[in-house]
Design a binder for this molecule. Structure first.
Ligand SMILES: *Cc1c(COP(=O)(O)O)cnc(C)c1O
Length: 401
């Protein structure tokens, strides 16, 4: 890690978390590194997204789906007992309360509407924990589309509940048996499949990764988390803005959506990665899945396998905008271990009556450690995004309790 003060003064230019520079660049990261046929398909997605995002008709249709189907806005819950124990004022942005149980639905509803606008009848998706697959299967059913979901064999084993949910919703789940049989391999397989199917299929990427325009577009679809939280904080906090904004980071979509609402405030932004999947904290420059970013890799540039108890954080890289925010010093990235995350999940269940996803428990684990260690001074106001609910992790947790 770099030996500098973790936070510099926030950059107030409209550039921070605005539109990327030409060809999807976030500083030294981003871009569109893909075979020619996918470059063309990405160009079309970008064009249609640009058009849709300034079209009040599209925005209205999406807002309606988010409200009536997904249950937005989600509450901002003060975690009262936990706050007292930690000496903080901790507020939870409750993405676990959305329909399907995680923030993934925000992005998927946006992309599914975009697919319809492009005349595509099929959605392709990759999934790790299964939450993005479930969200994609849900949106497909809702809008009368077909869904094909690629999932690593190892994740299929540990996320049986979500595999069943996808099939129940009518999606085809394709097991991926290559490599580490987790999210990285499922993503490669989904991209390969898209190459031969761009005519009738939209690739619904699940995080702020992949070739331009996905990192930007997915962040814009997830911005609703940060925008709502900003308004809710304005009402709940005397200062209007929390001292700290914290979210877990796999590819980085729930964090990017949350950070986007606070990029122009003095709030300090912290992304929490899994110790074994710390792309932003410990990755090196590379190209994977169509974009230039930070990835865990060996001296030959081979991508290392990620390891996390939380399938949604089991990705060896991070979205390009997070790499850029790290370079700018606008956000910082820290890591926690599997054990810390499990401990935090149990503690939240027992102090607040909320069973979080193991991914979200990583963010809380850092809050707990930072409160105990004084990095979050007593009395600080802390907004933490609770990205999802823990039902999917029950079988993992059952073995540990
Ligand atoms: C997918 C997932 C994550 C990680 O993805 P990001 O793109 O980093 O947000 C985190 N939490 C939950 C509950 C998830 O399903």
């Amino acid at each position: 890690m770099r030996n500098v003060s973790p936070w510099r003064e926030p950059v107030h230019s409209t550039g921070t978390m605005g539109e990327p520079r030409g060809r999807g660049r976030f500083g030294a990261y981003g871009g569109r590194y893909a075979p020619e046929s996918l470059v063309e398909a990405c160009r079309e997605v970008e064009e249609v997204f640009r058009e849709a995002w300034v079209d009040p008709g599209f925005r209205g249709a999406l807002a309606e789906l988010l409200a009536l189907h997904a249950g937005r806005p989600t509450p901002l819950t003060p975690a009262r007992r936990m706050s007292e124990e930690l000496g903080l004022r901790l507020y939870l942005k409750r993405e676990d309360l959305t329909h399907t149980g995680s923030h993934k639905i925000n992005n998927v509803l946006g992309q599914a509407l975009l697919a319809v606008r492009m005349g595509r009848r099929k959605l392709i998706a990759e999934t790790g924990a299964g939450q993005h697959g479930v969200a994609t299967a849900t949106a497909a059913a809702l809008l009368g589309l077909e869904a094909t979901v690629f999932m690593g064999e190892r994740d299929i084993e540990r996320q049986a509940l979500n595999v069943f949910r996808m099939r129940m919703l009518g999606a085809e789940v394709i097991p991926v048996t290559t490599g580490s049989r987790t999210l990285k391999d499922a993503t490669s397989e989904a991209m390969r499949h898209w190459v031969g199917a761009t005519g009738d299929s939209h690739y619904c990427v699940g995080s702020v990764v992949g070739p331009d325009p996905y990192p930007w577009m997915v962040r814009e679809f997830q911005r609703v988390i940060g925008d709502e939280a900003r308004e809710q904080c304005a009402a709940a906090l005397r200062t209007g803005v929390p001292d700290h904004v914290i979210a877990c980071v796999g590819g980085g979509s729930n964090a990017a959506g949350t950070f986007a609402g606070f990029a122009d405030t003095p709030a300090r932004l912290t992304g929490v990665e899994a110790e074994g999947g710390a792309g932003a904290a410990r990755g090196r420059l590379g190209v994977l899945h169509g974009c230039r970013s930070l990835f865990l890799q060996d001296d030959d540039g081979q991508i290392n396998q990620a390891h996390s108890i939380a399938a949604g954080l089991d990705y060896p890289g991070v979205g390009p905008e997070h790499a850029h925010l790290r370079d700018l010093g606008r956000a910082r990235y820290v890591t926690v271990t599997d054990d810390e995350a499990v401990g935090a999940a149990i503690r939240l269940a027992r102090t607040e009556g909320i069973v979080p996803a193991l991914e979200s428990a990583h963010a809380l684990a850092w809050v707990i450690r930072a409160a105990d260690g004084g990095e979050l001074p007593a009395g600080s106001t802390v907004l933490m995004t609770l990205s999802g609910r823990g039902d999917k992790d029950i079988s993992t947790l059952k073995e540990l309790l």
